[in-house]
Design a binder for this molecule. Sequence first.
Ligand code: ZN
Ligand code: ZN
Length: 323
Amino acid sequence: MAPSHVLRCCQRGLAWIPVIFIALVVCWSYYAYVVELCIYTIPSTGEKIIYLVVFHLSFIMFVWSYWKTIFTRPANPSKEFCLPKAEKEQYEKEERPEAQQEILKRVASSLPLYTRTGAGAIRYCDRCQVIKPDRCHHCSACDMCVLKMDHHCPWVNNCVGFSNYKFFILFLAYSLIYCLFIAATVLQYFIKFWTSDLPDSHAKFHVLFLFFVAAMFCISILSLFTYHLWLVGKNRSTIEAFRAPVFRNGPDKNGFSLGFTKNIAQVFGDQKKYWLLTNLDYIFLFPTSSPFFPFSLPPLPPTLPLSLYPPSIKFSLSPYPYP
Ligand SMILES: [Zn+2]
Ligand SMILES: [Zn+2]
């Protein structure tokens, strides 16, 4: 095996360490809450049952959304964004960047592309050999171009983007509920152990730590969750929040915004009953890459300025087949 291959395998293995760490913390929190707190510490049967039911509901939703965020493959650009064979050969033979841009422009004229590089050129990934659709970025960790890339998250060892952004937001929401519920219900026993109202036992260590860990995670998740809700409301990815996308008329940080309600629908879907779960269309139509993306958009004639178009047809980058 080539040394570079071995190195790549090692990197891939090491990338799972944060996920394993989170999984171990979650397993311990389950044991500490269910066994040490509910079974050994809480005297009232009624209280025990209520706590266990609510705990398991939040635990299941948290683990499910975490699982989906980790194991949903990032969506890649569809084959329409690859250069046709003749143009590809021409592009590879050509050494002058201006001539390469001309080839890209010719191919891109039939694609619904609105964004450009900072210098006004067609965005092209040399590594994946593909014209980058709007909001698509190359992730060096995943070594692929990812549609509507938000960021590469080490805690889920996956790219957060078009295919799993909703799962990521739900993961933040459910992990926040999970930690808040633990912190709120453990607090009174934490105080009782701290003030020695409860006798010293092996449960004491677990209960004290359970409160500290849950409170610590609450604070860090809350800030991240609030930031991402703000991004959803503005229809911006984390990358776009740091660097405004460049359109034909120049950079515009609000270029993808369709208005608050539609921005939310782009991530969560337009059926409110699925907002906290998932949409079956989403599972069946977009397991890897979207056949609709982004061809559900009517192409814009290049002569008209972007601002003349009604917002409803400006950008539809939702993982759902409806705008
Ligand atoms: Zn790429
Ligand atoms: Zn990535």
